[in-house]
Design a protein around this ligand. Structure first.
Ligand SMILES: *Cc1c(COP(=O)(O)O)cnc(C)c1O
Length: 362
């Protein structure tokens, strides 16, 4: 079986965890501080604050930017549900702009169409590891004094016009096992704004800086030293992991380009795509449907994923909230996308097997 994702945990991670367990400091401690320091340096921001998930990174970022009741936050309908759910969690209203065809990322034109006097933040997602059009998004935001929070939960190490994803505004990362690097569960916020960093440090710790003195609202969203120890080792391997993903993507591109009805992922010149997912479109020109191709690949022992089959405002829960968002590009993408294995655990043979199975599908 060729799996769609596979965390690569080596003996370095295992002995680092062992050391933490033996040290007796197993909740948030010095390893978290070290991981934050090294992650900030890697992304190129002044601060990084660790939390217990990517979801918590989004949640604490929204709170730290003072987003709440009565505010609207524009985001993409074509993402993991966490992006929108955390807007609801702080009491604000998610507003869904449509996406662009090529990269599947949020459309700056559609953001403009959805701006109202209540818009207080924009959350672009660097979907599949490819950066969103940040220059246009930052310009829209700066002109209006709107906050931007990058959802870089799929984009560890991706580069937009010379800067790492998550370094352009407040950045949020996930270290879930399927991501480009893992800590088991875990998350991080990156920022150059000391006020934001300090506030998130308090929010993750029940609004407290000083034991049992609580200055602001908070929760327990802390990362453990066990997770941070894994993260420190994984961060050292991240560039190597990403290189392997890029090489797998390059071979897949070469073998799949030119197949009628298959559209391979696009990368724009000034960006570095880190291929959290390698996502093709299966269009009507292909001899079988996307879902039939999925079944065919499963029968050949190849795991695939559809990220995401239902755009967020079309999800049953969002339907109960009354969403009627017009998002034709996202809806077509939801019916056409298929993610193929691209992770660094693949062998050369695996990549050839995947391509051959698609070439021979009919
Ligand atoms: C994984 C992911 C999240 C959430 O991260 P968790 O660590 O699972 O909470 C948020 N947004 C996107 C785009 C993701 O891929």
């Amino acid at each position: 079986m060729i799996h769609i994702a596979k965390p690569l945990i080596g003996h370095k991670e295992i002995s680092a965890v062992n050391e933490v367990l033996k040290s007796g400091i197993i909740a948030q401690g010095p390893k978290v501080g070290q991981f934050e320091h090294e992650f900030a340096e890697y992304i190129g921001t002044d601060y990084a604050v660790a939390v217990n998930s990517g979801t918590s990174a989004l949640y604490t970022s929204l709170l730290a930017h003072n987003i709440g009741k009565g505010d609207e936050v524009i985001t993409t309908p074509f993402s993991f549900i966490a992006t929108a759910n955390m807007i609801l969690a702080v009491g604000a209203v998610p507003v869904f702009a449509d996406i662009v065809d090529d990269s599947f990322n949020i459309s700056p034109d559609s953001i403009l169409e959805n701006i109202t006097p209540k818009t207080r933040a924009i959350i672009p997602v660097h979907l599949y590891g490819h950066p969103a059009r940040m220059d246009e998004i930052m310009k829209i935001a700066d002109d209006r004094d709107i906050s931007v929070i990058e959802d870089a939960c799929q984009a560890h190490g991706a580069v937009y016009h010379g800067r790492k994803a998550g370094a352009i505004s407040t950045g949020t990362f996930s270290f879930y096992p399927t991501k480009n690097m893992t800590t088991s569960e875990g998350g991080m916020v990156t920022t150059n704004d000391k006020t934001v960093a300090d506030k998130i440090k308090m929010i993750r710790n029940h609004g407290s800086n000083e034991q049992y003195i609580h200055e602001i609202f908070g929760d327990n969203l802390r990362m453990t030293d066990i997770a941070a120890a894994i993260g420190i080792e994984q961060l050292k391997k991240l560039d190597g992991f990403n290189k392997a993903r890029q090489e797998n993507a390059r071979v897949l591109n070469k073998l799949l380009q030119g197949i009628d009805g298959i559209i391979t992922p696009s990368t724009s010149e000034n960006n570095i795509h880190v291929f959290h997912q390698y996502t093709i479109r299966v269009t009507r020109q292909f001899p079988i449907t996307r879902d039939e191709l999925r079944v065919h690949l499963t029968e050949k022992g190849i795991g695939t994923g559809v990220y995401y089959p239902v755009p967020i405002p079309k999800q049953p829960f969002y339907q109960t909230l009354g969403y009627t968002s017009t998002i034709p590009v996202a809806q077509r993408a939801a019916s056409e996308v298929l993610s193929l294995p691209v992770h660094p655990g693949l062998t050369e043979d695996d990549v050839l097997t995947i391509a051959a199975a698609i070439q021979n599908a009919h």
